[in-house]
Design a protein around this ligand. Structure first.
Ligand code: ADP
Ligand code: MG
Length: 651
């Protein structure tokens, strides 16, 4: 207990910076393209991906056939590369760090059938990373740990698999699901995991080969012995100093053959297989996030989100040396999984305007009806249906430069002969893209005869529009002719009678209704009024002229506003009435006047009470109840009303 507390204290110290940790290391990424292999569908295809140099590759962009997608990695190994190339180029250099007490990991990633197991394990003829690394490491430890050297070295191995987020000891599967723990120094350990000491390659094989048979495998459509679990080989190198201060070091090497990264829908996985794929893909998804976080230097790395990344926590990032080998296949039936594997592995990619092969995908891919039954049943069936002679003809050299224009129409055009499930996905995606834009005008896709009929209809419509325009012009001319006789008629016309519509200057756009109704009502009202001394109402801006009842006072005024002409007696009468109202009216009476609201009415009443009666209406301006302009409009608005007897006497 005391030791644990002490340990925890040390951990805290290291966290606050007494032991400064190196910044998280980036995960190096290599891509290996395997050659075409017998037995995979599309083995006779031309490739859909090709290397550019020892760092980059390009893949056809099926969405845009004028483009390729270029990816750059720490290393790219083409289909001609050997097991030794990969090992010497990407794995061997990190082994020496194990003897410095640092951790390392090598992960093979990619869809099932793309060559992960081949890369990691290989075959007796072509041994892969695991046997080569073990050989070298054992050799190295023998040399470094020899008698007389300062450090004594020992190597142990463990072998486990993570299957559906369960950790299973392949050297002792009976021990069940094991737990992953972290000690106070941040080392990841699995209590109860078997560790076998190995001193020679024969020792390794003795444990490894039977344990491999314990691996969980299951058939899928893609690969008869597809690995459904992540297989993790852990090799630990322990070092003890022979002389004081007798230091100890431990370096861990994880060699991991990851489960396939393929899309579930393509494998045709169902039930248990689909469940497996779900678990596999979720831990691969977290692995992707961890690699991204490390490579972007993010503060939080989501190691704990899956068993796989939790196990690798001390061997991915930190001072560890990690290499991810993304395995890809050249066949077009792998196209989508290849793109997704490359995207997983790539931190950056660029689009290049360079047709991968100068062909167009559109005609074949967008016209499923054109696919022959042979093409639809899949390439292998189609091949069987064809004769052997036909097969021979269609067997181009992989990556051979296109020699003629006809040969240029190669790989993507043949997408129609790919796996029907994938073809269906491509088609639905393309349909989606098509529906979002780039729709041709319907006219262009109409047959010639229909187009002719449409053109004729348009012509007829044009002619009719012309005819209507002419008719309109004629009518307008008629209206103008009538206008010219207008003045004579005006003189004969009784002022009380509404003018005939034809006498108005009207246009089609200006309806007559508004221009007529209101003024005529006013005129008639005035005619009915007992006071015939109010004569002209005119507003020049509206170009409206209303003649008063008295023909002698019907002259136009030039002001740009309503002009009121009232006889002087009426004016004096009106003024007097307003003055009476100001002096005797209550606030309520005053509010019945135009332009007098509550506030002004109170002001008037208040002033009157203090200073006595107003001597003239203009006093309103003097006592600042209203301005001169306001007074003017106040008078205009009220005198007419008062003269017409609209207001009652002050109460
Ligand atoms: P995975 O483990 O990714 O499912 P495998 O390693 O089992 O794929 O490879 C599938 C097939 O391809 C195997 O028959 C394997 O021998 C072959 N293969 C993979 N990579 C290569 C390569 N680089 N050269 C030759 N054959 C390869
Ligand atoms: Mg495999």
């Amino acid at each position: 207990m005391a030791a644990a507390t002490l340990g925890a204290g040390r951990c805290r110290l290291s966290k606050v910076g007494i032991v400064r940790r190196p910044p998280p290391a980036r995960v190096r990424v290599a891509v290996r393209l395997r050659p075409f292999v017998d037995g995979t569908s599309g083995a006779n295809d031309t490739p859909c991906v090709r290397g550019l140099d020892s760092y980059s590759l390009e893949i056809a962009n099926w969405r845009n056939h004028q483009e390729t997608l270029k990816y750059q990695f720490d290393a790219f190994y083409g289909e001609g590369s050997s097991q030794q190339d990969i090992y010497a180029g990407s794995v061997q250099p990190i082994l020496r760090h194990l003897l410095e007490g640092q951790n390392a990991s090598v992960l093979a990633y990619g869809p099932t059938g793309a060559g992960k197991t081949h890369t990691m394990l290989g075959s007796p003829e072509q041994p892969g990373v695991i046997p080569r690394a073990l050989m070298d490491l054992l050799q190295l430890t023998r040399e470094e740990g020899a008698e007389g050297r300062p450090w004594a070295l020992s190597v142990t191995m463990s072998y486990l698999e993570i299957y559906q987020e369960k950790v299973i000891d392949l050297l002792n599967p009976a021990s069940g699901d094991l737990v992953i723990r972290e000690d106070c120094r941040g080392n990841i350990l699995i209590p109860g995991l078997t560790q076998k000491p190995i001193t020679s390659f024969a020792d390794f094989e003795q444990h490894f080969l039977p344990a491999s048979r314990n691996r969980t495998v299951g058939p899928t459509r893609l690969n008869q012995r597809s690995s459904r679990s992540h297989a993790v080989l852990l090799v630990k190198v322990d070092q003890r100093e022979r002389l004081a201060p007798f230091r100890q070091r431990e370096g861990k090497l994880y060699l991991i053959d990851l489960a396939g990264s393929e899309d579930n829908r393509r494998t045709g996985n169902k039930g248990l297989r689909l469940k497996e794929s779900g678990a596999i893909n979720s831990s691969l998804f977290v692995l992707g996030k961890v690699v991204d976080a490390l490579n972007q230097g993010l503060p939080r790395v989501p190691y704990r989100d899956s068993k796989l990344t939790r196990l690798l926590q001390d061997s991915l990032g930190g001072s560890a040396h990690s290499i991810l080998i993304a395995n890809i296949a050249p066949e077009r039936c792998f196209y989508l999984d290849t793109v997704s594997a490359l995207n997983f592995a790539a931190r950056s990619k660029e689009v290049i305007n360079r047709p991968f092969t100068n062909e167009s995908l559109q005609p074949n891919v967008l016209a499923p009806v054109k696919l022959s039954q042979k093409e639809l049943v899949g390439p292998s069936e189609a091949k069987r249906a064809r004769g052997p002679e036909e097969e021979e003809v269609e067997n181009p050299e992989p990556l051979a430069p296109p020699a003629s224009a006809s040969q240029k129409f190669s790989s993507l055009q043949k997408l129609s002969s790919m796996d029907p499930a994938m073809l269906e996905r491509l088609l639905s995606l393309d349909r989606l893209l098509g529906s979002r834009g780039t729709q041709g005008t319907p006219l262009l896709s109409t047959p010639k005869r229909e187009r002719m009929v449409l053109m004729k209809t348009v012509e007829e419509k044009d002619l009719e529009i012309e005819r209507l325009k002419l008719k309109q012009k004629e009518l307008e001319a008629k209206v103008r002719a009538q206008e010219t006789v207008d003045p004579k008629e005006k003189e004969n016309c009784s002022p009380t009678m509404p003018r005939p519509l034809a006498r108005r200057t009207v246009t089609v756009a200006k309806p007559l209704k508004k221009a007529v109704v209101l003024p005529l009502q006013l005129i008639q009202e005035q005619a009915a009024s007992p006071n015939a001394s109010i004569h002209i109402l005119k507003k020049k801006s509206r170009k409206r002229k209303l003649e008063g009842l008295d023909a002698t006072e019907s002259k136009e005024k030039a002001e740009d506003c309503w002009e009121l002409q009232i006889s002087p007696e009426l004016l004096a009468q009106g003024r007097q009435k307003i003055l009476d109202m100001l002096n005797e009216g209550s606030a309520r009476d005053l509010r019945s006047l135009q332009r007098i609201g509550q506030k002004k009415a109170q002001l008037i009443v208040g002033w009157r009470e203090l200073h006595g009666p107003f001597s003239q209406v203009e006093d309103l301006e003097r006592v600042k109840v209203m301005s001169g302009k306001q007074l003017e409009s106040f008078l205009k608005a009220n005198i007419l009303g008062l003269a017409a007897g609209q207001y009652g006497s002050p109460s």
